[in-house]
Design a protein around this ligand. Structure first.
Ligand code: BG6
Length: 369
């Protein structure tokens, strides 16, 4: 059942082109019109919402953070992202014009379920993004948008994460469509780029040996830092989480802009730092700021490991190692840039002889608060 892979984790990393493609399948027509009738919420009601709060834990919460950038940009609705267990205990402001979007692979995470129940009691509408048919959170929500990643067996999430990001993008585009925030041509264009993502993930997977080689050379790393900006920030957080979960190595993700406000003190000779670089074709100032961050940590002795968009020549001279991902829209980059970080963590853990499918102390679905 591992399809010839040594672990479910490797199998699931390699299934990601399908996870994204299957999540997109059948949800828009040839004219780029989204057809999310399955949502079961009256589009007129949805058009009236004034705020979105995304609730999730772990990797699913990072999918929520990615979603915030896209949904606010496309729909001009304020989006808050909060860990489910924090939300309920701080007297949050929730009312009938708030849409709660919960994200959960299992649909059984108790922290998220309790947060959704609480929000419902406050009168909010609840929408579940979930990978498990008929599980508790979607059953208790007003609406559901399933991710079609297929069963995820490895405890640490990989393919469900990419499917979750894909589903939040579909939701964002759907909201933009019913609220008239984007022209239909713009939506069609973004959907076409999303449609190209599975083949681009495959391209990354086809070059995984380059990442595995790096991982094998780093098995005695004691601490690894990850920097990213904009949507690259949650990607950095997820890269760090994967390394903690699988390889039991201290890892932290930071917003690249925060570097000079503290984390730069951690940099010393040989410290490995992954930097997720935004596209140079996007906002120029953002790209150049992140390239400066690479220079800053490099000047202090860091081993700079860069994930950049193909043809980004500017990063080369400051990087010890570069992995290029195919070109795509800035907002879609997490669907590509996360993959090398998953492969890195998985290979490093394998090299150390750890069980990548069942890391110590972790459970696939945490059904206690
Ligand atoms: C953790 C899992 O316990 O729960 C993570 O080990 C997962 O991989 C997190 O991201 C949230 O789970 P779910 O099912 O709500 O997405």
């Amino acid at each position: 059942e591992k399809d010839g892979y040594e672990s479910f984790m490797e199998k699931e990393i390699n299934e990601q082109p399908h996870a994204v493609a299957d999540t997109l399948l059948g949800r828009s027509d040839a004219n780029g019109k989204l057809t999310l009738d399955e949502l079961r919420i009256d589009p007129e009601e949805l058009a009236k919402i004034t705020k979105i709060i995304v609730l999730a834990c772990g990797t699913s919460a990072y999918a929520g953070q990615v979603a915030k950038y896209a949904i606010e940009h496309w729909c001009r609705i304020p989006v808050e992202v909060e860990l489910s267990h924090e939300f309920r205990y701080r007297d949050p402001i929730v009312d009938p014009s708030t849409l709660i979007v919960s994200i959960s692979q299992s649909g059984e995470t108790m922290d998220t379920l309790m947060a959704v129940r609480y929000a419902k009691e406050q009168g909010a509408k609840t929408l579940s993004i979930c990978n498990t048919n008929g599980s508790t959170i979607p059953r208790e929500s007003d609406a559901v948008l399933y991710t079609h990643a297929g069963p995820e067996i490895a405890v640490a999430s990989t393919k469900a994460f990419l499917a979750q990001i894909t589903a939040t993008y579909l939701l964002g585009l759907y909201l933009a469509q019913i609220r008239g925030n984007l022209f239909s041509g713009e939506i069609k264009d973004i959907l076409a780029d999303l449609g190209d993502i599975p083949a681009k993930i495959q391209d990354v997977l086809d070059r995984s040996e380059q990442i595995k080689e790096l991982a094998r050379s780093m098995s005695d790393a004691e601490s690894v830092l990850f920097l990213g900006r904009h949507v690259g920030f949650p990607v950095a957080m997820e890269g760090a989480l994967k390394l903690k979960e699988l390889a039991y190595i201290h890892a932290e993700g930071f917003a690249a802009g925060e570097l000079k406000h503290g984390p730069i003190a951690l940099i010393d000779e040989g410290k490995p730092v992954f930097v997720v670089v935004p596209s140079p074709r996007g906002r120029h100032s953002m790209h150049s700021k992140v390239v400066s961050n690479i220079q800053e940590v490099r000047a202090r002795g860091a081993k700079t490991l860069v994930i950049a968009e193909e043809n980004d020549e500017a990063v080369k001279q400051f990087a010890e190692w570069v992995f290029y991902v195919p070109e795509t829209k800035t907002l879609l980059m997490p669907l590509l840039a996360t993959v090398p970080l998953q492969i890195f963590a998985c290979e490093l853990a394998r090299q150390k002889g750890y069980d990548v499918d069942q890391p110590r102390n972790l459970a696939k679905s945490v059904t206690v608060e």
